[in-house]
Design a protein around this ligand. Structure first.
Ligand SMILES: [Zn+2]
Length: 347
């Protein structure tokens, strides 16, 4: 595991990650406010450790309005017993607690997207302080990280794991095998829009396997997304030998496993050219064709303004579909993934 210099954290942690058995408690993150100068925000953290084996970190709620991971990890944390485990499972089901309780993507404390705050700063904003704790005080002992996201209120997603295209072929193969074991219908290998400050990038810098997910969205709990998330965390623990059992990756449509896809560059994105009311043509997970309508932007306030037709940028499967009806110029309306191809990926 890569050891980097770490500044002292301001977050108090009741858990000794080196200790065997089940420990559960609350991180205490200081948040001085008008009515509570010495107040803290409490964040549940659970560690189950036994014998020898890898350490798996499961995180949910880094964006507060993404529910499936919060549910799946909370359920596992309530039931996983040390005698079932070889290695360690660290569970933080609702890490960005202010955003979780506010049901928003951004933290209401500092208006930051925590997943753009890494590797964080102990003396920075609240989100930066939490990001710094996760990077400096949890990740150094972690071998595998699964960070469960969805589209939140801004997007709906095809049920999928995702991972960066990592240049090291051995780590890439291990990550793709972990994604296949998680068992979502799709795994998207991607090169993001703005990735330097994400948690994924941080995990990779620490030398651990990093898997993300997109398991729903549209501001509601996705029923199949929860099923995939709950089965997926169990599958990951089985895949890495942390708990006993065979992984189960059968999909609801009868297909046996995960379809590996890629989102190679910005040519996979359709951004809105105007602020308007968007009429989409497909839902996330649908097959789509380049040059056919992704949807129409309507200007209902103006009788003479014809709708603007927006086209799909490429053939593939709709990975992410915009959630709100009313969109703003520059919002991504659709992100299309194509079947993974190692040669095209490396090019
Ligand atoms: Zn998210």
């Amino acid at each position: 595991m890569a050891q980097l210099h770490v500044d002292p954290t301001r977050v108090r942690n009741p858990i000794d990650f080196g200790k065997a058995g089940r420990q559960a408690g609350y991180l205490k993150a200081p948040l001085s406010r008008d009515k509570s100068g010495w107040g803290v925000v409490e964040i549940p953290v659970i560690s189950v450790k036994n014998g020898t084996g890898p350490t798996v970190l499961l995180t949910g709620g880094i964006h507060g309005d993404e529910y499936e991971g919060q549910i799946a990890i909370s359920r596992l944390a309530a039931t996983l017993r040390p005698e079932q485990v070889q290695g360690q499972v660290i569970m933080i089901p609702a890490f960005n607690m202010p955003a979780v309780m506010n049901d928003t993507r951004l933290s209401p404390v500092d208006d930051r997207d925590m997943n753009r705050c890494f590797p964080g700063n102990p003396k920075g904003t609240f989100s930066e302080m939490l990001a710094h704790f996760l990077d400096g005080y949890v990740l150094p002992g972690v071998d595998v990280s699964v960070d469960i996201h969805t589209g939140g209120h801004s997007m709906d997603s095809a049920l999928s794991t995702n991972m960066h295209y990592v240049a090291d072929a051995a780590i890439r193969d291990k990550t793709m095998a972990a994604a296949a074991a998680f068992g979502a219908p799709f795994n998207s290998v991607f090169w993001g829009v703005d990735e330097g400050a994400t948690f994924t990038s941080c995990v990779e810098r620490r030398g651990a396997i990093s898997l993300g997910t997109e398991l729903g969205g549209y501001g509601r709990v996705n029923v199949e997304g929860v099923r995939i998330a709950r089965r997926g965390v169990d599958n990951i623990l089985k895949h890495f030998g942390v708990i006993d059992g065979q992984v189960d990756t059968a999909q609801r449509d009868g297909s046996p496993g995960t379809r590996h896809m890629m989102v190679r560059d910005m040519s996979c994105y359709a951004f809105s050219p105007a602020s308007a009311l968007f009429e989409p043509t497909h839902v996330a997970g649908d097959e789509v064709r380049a040059g056919t309508p992704c949807g129409w932007l309507h200007f209902v306030e103006d009788v003479d303004h014809a709708p603007i037709e927006v086209l799909y940028p490429k053939d593939g499967v709709l990975w992410m579909a915009v959630a709100p009806g009313r969109v703003t110029r520059g919002d991504p309306l659709a992100v299309v993934m194509s079947d993974y191809d190692d040669k095209l990926a490396a090019g």
